[in-house]
Design a protein around this ligand. Structure first.
Ligand SMILES: [Zn+2]
Ligand SMILES: [Zn+2]
Length: 303
């Protein structure tokens, strides 16, 4: 080999190898993202939405949890199977009524409002749909905590002692149905197109997975602008100061406006869960909210 050529090429190679984009974790992240999007796209094309969620999580969020964990937690942690059932079964059950209701609701849509919204540029329509749906999510979620009947069902979501990529999927079908109706009905009636609602829904669903995930990133630059995992982990914390705080799904402005914003800089969220009993099995969690009602009725009759 010509020694002059080798001298000239080695420093050049060293130079690009020392760039930030050549670091192993950056290359790993780019590779994982590419695989995720290719597999995710095929899963989406197949029309099986819950499978897309699993592909996205297993390829992207689970490796990130291993890279930057918030808590020491195994992938195959207790009650993982329960949350799988929630994801596949309740996800479908919760959305079925809304699917049947959409065509009926479309008949009652205000045509003036619909044409006004749909004459706006697409980015403004999406921003508007995000803002209004986040307002509804805030109040639907707050009612789920403050109204005892709704809390019985929402308590299932809060019963996870461990938060990770699948923990957020733990939702009672009644909780899911209530939120779908509370947010979906006004959104469809107000005249937003189904495309706008699907785009906003996809953003909210993907983000919902990351805010429950066991990710140790702080993302301080998003404080007050966008909900982070730190913000939502406080919502699941059993700490009394954090109770009934941080209801927002993506835009924390509503917690700030309605005085429920909680994000201390001097402590970390956790442990998580509820202070009442919740079975660990899927079927047990489906029955539990109804048992409570039954027990209460029985004790009232007996007194
Ligand atoms: Zn909640
Ligand atoms: Zn949650």
């Amino acid at each position: 080999m010509n020694p002059t050529m080798s001298d000239a090429t080695v420093p050049a190679q060293e130079k690009w190898r020392s760039q930030w984009w050549y670091r192993p974790w950056v290359r790993a992240a780019i590779g994982l993202t590419t695989i995720t999007f290719v597999l995710g796209y095929h899963a989406y094309e197949s029309g099986f939405e819950p499978f897309t969620f699993i592909v996205l999580s297993v390829c992207l969020v689970v490796p990130l949890e291993k890279l930057i964990p918030r808590h020491d937690l195994k992938i195959f942690r207790p009650e993982l199977l329960t949350d799988f059932f929630h994801h596949f079964v309740s996800g479908f059950i919760g959305f079925i009524p809304l699917i049947f209701l959409f065509p009926v609701l479309n008949e009652f849509q205000s045509q003036e409002l619909a044409s006004l919204i749909q004459s706006q540029p697409p980015w403004l329509q999406i921003l508007g749909a995000l803002f209004i749906s986040e307002f509804l999510i805030y109040w639907g979620h707050r009612f789920s905590h403050e109204l005892p009947l709704l809390w019985r069902f929402h308590a299932v979501h809060h019963s996870s002692p461990n938060l990770d990529w699948l923990a957020g999927e733990r939702r009672h079908p009644m909780d899911q149905i209530f939120m779908s109706f509370f947010v979906g009905i006004p959104m469809v009636l107000s005249g937003f197109s189904l495309v706008d609602l699907l785009i906003v829904g996809a953003i909210q669903n993907v983000w919902d997975m990351t805010i429950h995930a066991n990710l140790g990133w702080r993302l301080k630059f998003l404080d007050g602008i966008w909900v982070t995992s730190e913000f939502h982990h406080w919502h699941h914390s059993i700490d009394k100061e954090a109770r009934d705080k941080n209801y927002s799904g993506a835009l924390p402005i509503f917690d700030w406006l309605f005085k429920t914003y909680y994000l201390p800089s001097d402590k970390k969220p956790g442990p998580y869960g509820i202070d009442t009993h919740m079975p660990k099995t899927y079927v047990g969690q489906l029955i539990q909210p109804f048992l409570k009602i039954k027990q209460r009725e029985m004790s009232v009759k007996g007194s």
